[in-house]
Design a protein around this ligand. Sequence first.
Ligand code: GCU
Length: 601
Amino acid sequence: MKNLVNILIGLFLILSTTLTAQNLEFADLLQNINSRQNTSLNGKWDIIVDPLENGYYNHRLLPKDNGYFKNAKMTSPSDLIEYNFDISFQLDVPGDWNTQMDKLYYYEGTVWYKKDFTYHANSDKLAFLYFEAVNYEAIVYLNGERIGSHVGGYTPFQFEVTNKLKEGDNFVVVKVDNKRKKENVPTVNQDWWNYGGITRSVHLITTPKSYIKDYSIQLPKGNTTTIDGWVQVENSKDGDAVTINIPELKKSVNSILKNGIAKFSVKAKPVLWSPYSPKLYEVIIKTPTDKLTDHIGFRTVATDGSKILLNNKPIFLKGISIHEEAPFKTGRVTSKEECKILLKWAKELGCNFIRLAHYPHSETMVREAEKMGFMIWSEIPVYWTVQFDNKDTYANAQNQLTEMISRDKNRAAILLWSMANETPEGEARLSFIADLAKQARKLDNTRLITAALDTQGKGNDGNLIEDPLGTIVDVIGINNYCGWYAGAPETCPDIKWASKYNKPMIMSEVGGGALYGLHGNKNERWTEEYQADVYKKNIEMMRNIKFLAGLSPWILMDFRSSRRPLRRIQDDFNRKGLISEQGMKKQAFYILKDYYNNENN
Ligand code: GCU
């Protein structure tokens, strides 16, 4: 008997240790910062443009480091200090620098940002500096002391700064460098503008000493009558209680913390989240010292042969691709209002699905899309020819994937994690993406894994999907530009499609370009009539793809790209939008809208 007890204790310890280890796989990020006490550091930041890296001394080598991060001030009239933030230029945060200052339009290099702020210490609190995104590399200094760095332009990062803050006046300096490098993710070539800067919001967040750091609350795969998950509490004591309360379901669950983790499972029959009923439940998580409120949807997603199942029923994904380009002002999206404009246009189009290309969009965009009932494809920028044989590049990609999943794992609307876009076939690329897929499944075994492949039409002999990536993903994304990059529009309807894989296909990109207001006949490139005809002919083609489970044509709105210089037509914009960046709908918008509203998928 004694042996059996020892075995059971051992098993429990392994389980709880495993659970702890599993949770520690997530990024070091506060979950659901909207629910936190939060001082915004948004607004005007002082800046110094530094193309020659003049302000970044390697302070380990210099006896007296006087890099810009010291924010040094003259103490005597003879002092030589060749910089001064206080009389320097300013930029808005959040925001890219390219569209804020003419002389920074093409700038790729370092800009130093500085912000003064006041803090009143509270011995019962911890304090965190939380950045929603900085493109591309950030080195952060607080009161002249380096506190950390981050690489990757589209995912959040944070630093615990409790003991580095001063009572009263403080200043934070961020060195932002958006230079493209071969080893980066994305690499040096991309078809979108390399907007640099502190492009999303910055927060000073305080928590109790023992605080709810992270949690995952959802339906287990394939199960619609159980809600389970875990809560991670930092600086907690074994045996402390955690309560998870879902008032509308009249469910309140108690669990006990062990090594900082409390698991739970409860029978429940929630109204399932779907585009037709995007139901979110208030979920209140409490510990003896902390409380967080989130709004979580419950649904299941799976595939069955070539079908995508939402809540065990086949659903056709009527989508559109979206870049994080702001309507009207252009540049990076920086506000909830801009997110809502883009989503309103997608709703007008008749969409139930959006592909957030080619990188994780803001948490605001994901939450607003979820409230409006859009299913989401979320993607990391493993785009085109990244260095698949470079282990540091892989580590960077895996880190961005982990940060994306850590931040959004409680967002029911996200059905698909996309590992890559249009990566050239090869052994190194296959194992690179296979490893990313494995990491994604380890962090989240409930969602579908996908990637967009580049398959150009080969004319009438048709397209066979045989990329070995098809063995790794759950859903195969295909980017195909029949009528634009390959073949004339009239060749598209006859193209036959086949697949080696019995898996759903999403036409993740299809379409063509037009300058809003340019008219002519349908064989004249760049006219709205040409673009409309490309859509008509590709819709005819897609009707014959039996294993098509959805589409996200390229793209909702024209977006800025350095690859699109054609004067008077592109003027630095990729014109494949169904809507111009000034909000003007092109003829093709109505072609796709008609297909979505009348397709009986
Ligand atoms: C590619 C790529 C997009 C690009 C588009 C285009 O498929 O995935 O990022 O913008 O085609 O050429 O317009």
